[in-house]
Design a protein around this ligand. Structure first.
Ligand code: PGA
Length: 239
């Protein structure tokens, strides 16, 4: 794992955003795996700004996303699809026909098979962006007794519900989601993980220095050959 520590999230966004702009300019038809949550927002802002300034085009880029809530309409204001549209897609020239998303209202097994096939048909994910949960989850792969493989339907833990329910002011937060599995994430050619804030410090330490265990899903990244971890000083404070 390559680890870089920055003063704040704005610096991370600029560094990661520039990395994406350079990569897309060199590989205009690349396949990007995106993530939702607060951590990637400064990076998305940088990419969107670069697109608006004509410094990069996402027109031929294909994208996949890590996860989606179950039992929530795709266009609900709290769906992850809406999050990506608002924070990135609508601010770029991306071709929405090249945007693939897990369907939280589909049959989970059929949807998992469809997604795996769709990713393989594009030649795999070139760069997968990740955040990390306070409990060490990546995507919605919560601590458990085994590492998952392809996308699957997960019951969310209380830690995740506590962290995300602040975003739900009209309806109760869904209690389940469909998420890319650990295997699908690990098959990405490159992984960039962003973590900021003191609340992530313990999970970051376990991910980097702890034993590889499904109780800390992010620890599996120690076994990937190309992982870039971008931290602010608070998230790096226990290293
Ligand atoms: P966050 O979420 O970026 O909103 O902190 C990350 C995660 O829970 O994976």
């Amino acid at each position: 794992m390559e680890i870089k520590v920055f003063n704040n999230e704005a610096e991370i966004g600029e560094f990661a955003g520039k990395l994406y702009v350079d990569y897309v300019n060199a590989n205009p038809d690349c396949v990007l795996g995106f993530a939702t949550g607060a951590s990637p927002v400064p990076t998305y802002d940088y990419i969107a700004k670069s697109c608006a300034e004509g410094l990069v085009s996402l027109k031929n880029v294909s994208t996949f996303n890590l996860d989606e809530y179950c039992d929530l309409p795709k266009d609900h204001k709290n769906s992850y699809f809406t999050f990506m549209c608002e924070n990135l897609f609508s601010k770029t020239d991306i071709n929405m026909a090249n945007v693939d998303f897990l369907d939280g209202n589909a049959d989970p097994d059929e949807e998992s098979a469809r997604y795996a096939k769709a990713i393989a048909a594009k030649g795999g994910i070139d760069i997968q962006l990740l955040g990390i949960g306070r409990n060490g989850h990546i995507a919605f792969n919560e601590p458990s007794d085994e590492f998952t493989d392809e996308a699957w339907k997960v019951t969310l833990t209380q830690s995740t519900i506590d962290a995300n329910s602040i975003y739900f002011d009209d309806i109760p937060m869904p209690r389940s989601a469909i998420t890319m599995g650990i295997g699908s994430i690990m098959r990405s050619k490159k992984i960039i993980l962003i973590a900021t804030g003191e609340s992530k410090a313990d999970a970051v330490k376990k991910m980097i220095k702890g034993e590889v265990t499904p109780q800390v899903p992010a620890s599996i990244l120690q076994q990937h050959s190309d992982v870039l971890v971008l931290l602010d000083t608070a998230a790096a404070s226990l290293l």
